[in-house]
Design a protein around this ligand. Structure first.
Ligand code: 4NP
Length: 151
């Protein structure tokens, strides 16, 4: 079982987008029983809230359901519980290193690293460009899934 946790600031835009996109890709690849995918917030601003409506709209347009999502905060136990902890931007990575006192097992990565890019996933909370974020997250998740399934 490969366990992947996506992280962003609030867990209402980017990391749930990545969680539900990745779950959909995994399911379509017939690998549903080989993966556990989740997402969490680095900060408390949006705890308990559902997926932000513009993100839900993009997910639903792609036939992906995100009902029942409630933003949850990262936990101390997440470092042991997951194989990969994937942040969206440099601030997430900095916060993750601080929370887990470094990254002794090399689990922390930034999503677009998988596309060979050093850049952040743009935060649509500020850019309001949800479709750019959608494209970046879909590209990152596709390469990540390929990496994890040896393709
Ligand atoms: P996310 O977007 O980290 O992609 O879920 C944000 C959501 C809320 C805030 C910032 C970013 N906020 O400051 O409340």
């Amino acid at each position: 079982m490969k366990k992947v946790l996506f992280i962003c600031h609030g867990n209402i835009c980017r990391s749930p987008m990545a969680e539900y996109v990745m779950k959909d890709m995994v399911k379509k690849a017939g690998k549903g029983d080989e993966f556990f995918v989740a997402s969490a917030a680095m900060h408390t601003d949006e705890l308990g809230n559902p997926v932000y409506p513009p993100v839900r709209k993009l997910l639903n347009a792609a036939g992906i359901d995100c009902n029942g999502h409630a933003a949850r905060l990262i936990r101390d136990s997440d470092y042991a519980d997951f194989d990969l902890i994937i942040g969206m931007d440099e601030a997430n990575i900095r916060d993750l290193y601080r929370k887990f006192h470094g990254d002794p097992e090399g689990k922390i990565h930034k999503l677009l690293e998988y596309c060979g890019l050093g850049k952040d996933v743009a935060d649509p909370w500020y850019t309001r460009d949800f479709s750019k974020t959608w494209d970046e997250i879909n590209a990152g998740c596709a390469v990540l899934l390929g990496d994890l399934t040896g393709k």
